[in-house]
Ligand binder design. Structure first.
Ligand code: FES
Ligand SMILES: [Fe+2]
Length: 345
């Protein structure tokens, strides 16, 4: 049901100090995400193979150069690769006959870059690293925020990309007003595992863009499994807004937003105010999606209409193409074709 053989956003680097770990749920599975004493991140299925307690309720311990996860229940220890390395209850004699390496909890491939920790989901080994954000180099986000939508991932993804809701759900003085609604035509094209609203000079009806000064150029990219990145270039400077839509389970989806910039105007705005603005914005989406659940509980037939819902159609087409490629072990064929979409917002 979830897309496989993909990197999913797991957590922000700054959430995880060396020697610390956290529990998260990803695609309905419990995961222990840890950072060893050497600084390396790792991810394990968060279940002790002995008696099933969450390993994350235990702690990380340092054993010479190695980092080990110690189960709080009977003290079994696991390496960061998931293999059992110690069972304290075994006598010296019993230890000789028991092959601990046969006991393990699943290990997930992880990769950390640009302040983001990615966790691979799939049966195979990843054949490439997660996509890097353009422009930001090795910078880490200056502002970030998380929220959970009480819905299945698809509603969160299409709720965030849909342009027609903006003038209604996000009607606020500093962003859009009812009067500012007008017809738009935007060029789109395929990108790897997704599509892009190609670089363009954004709507003049947004106060925030005006604040940035000289002709900003914006590109918005969406890529499976649920990564949306808004790139704003103002001369040589950038503002990058990263949004990860990560399925927690069938009823919950986590939205993480991280902002990167080197544009000086952004630094004039206090980070707390920026975070508040982002929280207001995402909070409006969350409230809409959560309210939508009350209607969806009756399993109504839904519709997607041209052109405002074409991106949602592309999302479903991309998912289908991805699953087909995985099932048949064939190369993924991007179903998106270059097109200008028109709508009022
Ligand atoms: S449940 Fe983990 S060691 Fe027993
Ligand atoms: Fe929205």
């Amino acid at each position: 049901m979830y897309l496989n053989e993909l990197w999913y956003f797991g957590a922000l680097s700054q959430q995880l100090q060396p020697g610390k770990h956290l529990h998260l749920e990803l695609l309905g599975q419990p995961i222990l995400l840890g950072r060893g004493f050497d600084g390396q991140v790792f991810a394990l299925r968060d279940i002790c193979p002995h008696r099933g307690i969450l390993l994350s309720s235990g702690k990380l311990v340092q054993n010479k150069d190695a980092t080990e996860v110690e189960c709080p229940y009977h003290g079994w220890r696991f390496g960061t690769g998931g293999k059992c390395v110690a069972i304290p209850s075994l006598t010296k004699e019993q230890q000789k006959t028991k092959d601990l390496s046969k006991i393990s909890t699943k290990n997930f491939a992880v990769h950390e870059q640009q302040g983001l920790i990615w966790i691979y989901q799939g049966e195979k080994l990843p054949d490439q690293l997660p996509d890097r954000l353009d422009f930001v180099g090795d910078a880490t986000p200056k502002v970030h925020t998380k929220t959970v939508f009480n819905c299945y991932v698809d509603h969160a993804v299409i709720g965030l990309m849909d342009p027609a809701h903006i003038a209604f759900i996000h009607r606020q003085w500093w962003w859009r007003t009812e009067k500012s609604m007008h017809e738009k035509a935007k060029k789109f094209g395929p990108v790897e595992r997704g599509f892009s609203m190609l670089p363009h000079v954004p709507s003049s009806n947004s106060f925030l863009y005006k604040l940035l000064g000289a002709r900003p150029e914006t590109e918005i990219r969406f890529q499976l499994p649920g990564i949306r990145v808004e790139y704003v270039r103002i001369g040589k400077k950038y503002v990058v807004g990263f949004t990860a839509v990560t399925p927690v389970n069938d009823q919950q989806t986590q939205i993480t937003i991280a902002l990167y910039w080197d544009h000086p105007v952004m630094s004039l705005v206090p980070n707390t105010l920026l975070r508040k603005a982002v929280d207001t914005f995402v909070g409006q989406d969350r409230d809409a999606v959560n309210a939508q659940q009350k209607g969806l509980a009756y399993d109504p037939k839904l519709m997607l209409i041209h052109d405002a819902d074409v991106q949602a159609k592309w999302y479903f087409a991309l998912k289908k193409a991805w699953n087909t490629a995985q099932e048949n072990n064939t190369p993924f064929q991007n179903p998106v074709r270059a097109k200008t979409l028109k709508w009022r917002s």
